[in-house]
Write a protein that binds this ligand. Sequence first.
Ligand SMILES: [Zn+2]
Length: 263
Amino acid sequence: MLLTVKGLVLRETPYGEADKLIDLLTDEGVITVRARGARKPGSKYAALTQLFSYAEFCLRQSHDRFFLDSAVPIQLFYGIRNDLEALALAAYFSELTRKIATAQPQPQILRLFLYCLHYLSVHSRPLPQIKSIFELRMLTELGMMPDLLCCSACGEYLPQQLVLRIANGDFRCSECHPNNQTTDLSVTVGVLQAARHIVFSDFDRLFHYRLQDRSQQLLSLFTEQYACYRLELRYKTLRFYHSLTDGCTTMPLSQPDFGTDYE
Ligand SMILES: [Zn+2]
């Protein structure tokens, strides 16, 4: 049986003499496909079966296995391949997705991943911003978003100072917070508004916000700790990304139009 799917290559693994197994993220979830001869020199499918290639794949299904029949490129994201930090971040997204994605339909996860790869390849957003958006929006799409509507004790909507609570998945205004949990993060209202933006905005507005460096660092800390806490996972690729970027600035030289400015 032949079927056609649009898919993003999340992982490629050598198989046999010259074949590859590729994990494809599709609207229907993740499927593993064997690409015969894809590692042979000059194979026409070598590029299309590379990590982070997005293509239309024609597959042959035999029982519960899938074999590559043909493929047509849609977007190969070449801009990521010559940027080690962007590549490391994309590898973390891939690991995170493979851990949580199942054979369930996941159209919004694929869409989110493609948006992030686009911004990683055109270098128009700081890496910490792309990382926060991926982590927090992915949890949102999975139904695990934090409750950011109002202070969970008094109902205040816009406190100027507040504490994000990782384990509780909510926030308290500074008046209500009994400051003792070591995992809690004290932030300003700008960080809260940016987190709300990531959770609630439409996909086409998702990347249109801007935060000061220090606030984005706090937001990154929150989204990373919250993702690791909720998914109960530790990521090798995340450690590698931090080994490359910690202590470095990742802001682009010229500032593009970010949309809403939260500070
Ligand atoms: Zn309060």
